[in-house]
Design a binder for this molecule. Structure first.
Ligand SMILES: *Cc1c(COP(=O)(O)O)cnc(C)c1O
Length: 396
C-alpha cells in the first residue's frame, strides 16, 4: 500500500484514500460509522497512561471518535495544516475559535462582509458579556488593516471571498500586519474550499469551513471545521472543543468523508458552470453588475489570481429593476430553488438584502434588489435557460 505521506502531495488522493486504515476494519473500502460513545481499557492504569491525542487511542465520544478522526485527518491534509477539529456546525467552529483566542476586553478586527451570525455573535454577545471591542473594516485595502490592527488586537476575522458580495482580502498582506502586532488571524474559507485556496500557507492561523456547504456537498449535514498548524493554538482548540462539547457526530462525520471523496470533481464542475452563467449574466442587457471573482472585470481579479486557484458556484448580481421585479425574477425560476444555503448539488436563489434597510445594504456595499445564486450540478445549458426565462419577466 502507498505510504500515507505520499498521498499528501495530491488533493485527489487525500480525498479518496488518505487517513484510512482499511486493515483496522476488515479491509472495507469505506470506513464504518463508529457509533460508540466510549471505549474501554484492559486496566485502570492503561486508562490513565493512555495518550488520548493518539489517533489509535479513543476514550470518550465528546473528545474523539475514529470516524471523526478520519475526516479530520483528510481536512487537515487538504488544508496543509497539522490538525483539524470538526464541530457540530460552522458556527460552533467559529464561536469556539473566537473564544479560544479572545479574552475579556479583547480587540477584534473584522471584515464587514463576514457571515452574519458571526457578526451578531461578536457585536451582541462578545461586546456585552466580555466587553470586547470590534472594529469593522471594508477589507479591500491593506491600509485599513494597518490602521485598525494595534498591539491590543487579539484576533483578525477574515472571509475571502465573502459569501454575498464575494469581496476578497489580501490574505498574506493582512497576515503579516497581524503578525507584527501578535494578533491571530482567522479566515472563513468556505467559498474556496481547500481545493481552491490554502490560507495557512499565506500566514493565517486558523482556517474555518462550514461542512454544511461544499465539504458535505449534498445538503444533508450541518457541520464545521477548524484547521491550524501552531501547536499551542491546536492544544487550545482541542481543549475548547472538549469543554464546549461541540464535536461533530459520527454519522455526520461519515457523510462528510463521503462528501470529500468528490470535492475536487464537484468544485471543477461548479466552477465551469458558474463561469458560463456569470458570462451570460454579464452580457445580458437587464443585468447591471455581476459579482463573481472569476470574471476578468471583477475589481479584485488580480488579487484573486494571486491567492486562489479557482472559484466556486456562488455569485450575486444586480438587475436593472426594482426589488419587486427582483422577487418576481426569483419566483419565475424553476431549476433554481429559493433557499438560503449553498454548496450542495442543487441550484439556489435568494435575495440577501430584500428585508434590509437602505443603510444596512449600503454599509455592505449592495442594494436591496441584489440577487444571489448558487450554480449547482444540473448543467450550464439548463441553468442559463432558466435564468433567461426569469429575466424575461423584468420590465414587462
Ligand atoms: C453557512 C455559513 C456558515 C455557517 O455554517 P453553519 O454550518 O450553518 O453553522 C459560515 N460561513 C459561511 C460563509 C456560510 O455560508
Amino acid at each position: 500500500m502507498t505510504k500515507q505521506s505520499e498521498y499528501l502531495k495530491d488533493a485527489r488522493l487525500i480525498e479518496t484514500h488518505y487517513g484510512e486504515e482499511y486493515e483496522r476494519y476488515y479491509n472495507a473500502i469505506v470506513p464504518p460509522v463508529f457509533l460508540n460513545s466510549l471505549n474501554v481499557f484492559p486496566s485502570i492504569d492503561a486508562y490513565y497512561d493512555s495518550d488520548k491525542t493518539d489517533k489509535h487511542v479513543y476514550c470518550y465520544g465528546r473528545v474523539q471518535n475514529p470516524t471523526v478522526r478520519i475526516l479530520e485527518d483528510k481536512i487537515a491534509a487538504l488544508e496543509h495544516g497539522e490538525r483539524a477539529f470538526v464541530f457540530s456546525s460552522g458556527m460552533a467552529a467559529a464561536t469556539t475559535a473566537v473564544m479560544a483566542v479572545c479574552r475579556s476586553g479583547s480587540h477584534v478586527v473584522c471584515v464587514r462582509n463576514v457571515y452574519g451570525p458571526l457578526k451578531t455573535f461578536l457585536t451582541q454577545y462578545c461586546t456585552e458579556h466580555f466587553q470586547m471591542r470590534i472594529t469593522f473594516v471594508k477589507g479591500d485595502k491593506l491600509e485599513e488593516f494597518e490602521e485598525a490592527i494595534t498591539d491590543d488586537t487579539d484576533l483578525v476575522v477574515l472571509e475571502s471571498p465573502s459569501s454575498i458580495l464575494m469581496t476578497l482580502q489580501d490574505i498574506q498582506g493582512v497576515s503579516s500586519i497581524a503578525a507584527a502586532h501578535h494578533a491571530r488571524v482567522y479566515i472563513d474559507n468556505t467559498y474556496c474550499t481547500p481545493i481552491f485556496q490554502n490560507p495557512l500557507d499565506l500566514g493565517v492561523d486558523m482556517v474555518m469551513h462550514t461542512m454544511s456547504k461544499y465539504i458535505g456537498g449534498h445538503s444533508d449535514i450541518i457541520g464545521g471545521v477548524l484547521v491550524a498548524k501552531d501547536t499551542a493554538l491546536l492544544d487550545k482548540l482541542s481543549l475548547m472543543r472538549e469543554l464546549y462539547g461541540g464535536i461533530l457526530g459520527p454519522m455526520e462525520a461519515w457523510l462528510g468523508i463521503r462528501g470529500i471523496r468528490t470535492l475536487e470533481v464537484r468544485l471543477r464542475q461548479h466552477e465551469k458552470t458558474a463561469m458560463a452563467v456569470a458570462e451570460f449574466l454579464e452580457n445580458h442587457p437587464k443585468v447591471r453588475k455581476v459579482h463573481y471573482p472569476g470574471l476578468p472585470s471583477f475589481p479584485q481579479y488580480e488579487l484573486m489570481k494571486k491567492q486562489q486557484r479557482g472559484n466556486c458556484g456562488l455569485m450575486s448580481f444586480e438587475i436593472d429593476g426594482t426589488v419587486k421585479e427582483a422577487k418576481e425574477f426569483c419566483e419565475a425560476l424553476s431549476i433554481f430553488k429559493i433557499g438560503v444555503s449553498w454548496g450542495g448539488f442543487e441550484s439556489l436563489v435568494t435575495m440577501p438584502f430584500a428585508r434590509a434597510t437602505d443603510e444596512e445594504a449600503a454599509w455592505l456595499g449592495a442594494e436591496q434588489n441584489m440577487i444571489r445564486i448558487h450554480c449547482g450540478l444540473e448543467g450550464e445549458d439548463l441553468l442559463i435557460a432558466d435564468l433567461e426565462k426569469g429575466l424575461e419577466t423584468i420590465g414587462t
